[in-house]
Write a protein that binds this ligand. Sequence first.
Ligand SMILES: [Zn+2]
Length: 165
Amino acid sequence: MAHGTYILILHLPEAQRLEIGKFGMVALSAGYYAYVGSAFGSGGLSGRLRHHRHVAEKPHWHVDYLRRAARLTAIWMQESEIRREHEWAAILGNMPGVAIPAARFGASDCRCPAHLFYFGDMPPLLEIFQETVRRHFPNDTAISTSPPSPLSASERGETKHAFYR
Ligand SMILES: [Zn+2]
C-alpha cells in the first residue's frame, strides 16, 4: 500500500455554520477550500482517498464534517514514504489570497496554524503550489491530480467539472 500526502480541494456553495464534532461550531464562507492530510496507515493513500470521495456516515476527521456540505472538486496527491502534510500546510498558508477559516482545523495533533485553507472565489492554484513544492523539495515525487485536469484560474466560476458524490 502506497503511503503519501494529499490535498482535497473542496467547494462550499453557500456560507454556513457547521458543527465540526468536538471542535465545535465553525462559520464558513462560500468558496474554495484546500485541506491537507496524509495517509500512512494500513489502507494507504488509496484507502484514505476512497474515504474522502464519499460523504462519511460516521465523521472521524474534522474534514469529514465539512465534506458533508462541500463538493470535492479535485484531489492533489503524492505517493511517498516521506510525510509532507505539515510542510504542504505551510506552503498553502503562504499562497496569495489565502486565509485560515478556523484556527487549528485539522491540526489537533500538530503545531500548524491549521490544515484547512480558504481561497474565496479562486480555486487553489495547482501550478503555483507545485512550483513552490519543487523549489523546497526538488527530490520529491511529483504531485498528481484527480480528476486529471484540475480547476485552473481560467476556469473559475465554471461548474462543468466532474464532482465526486
Ligand atoms: Zn500540521
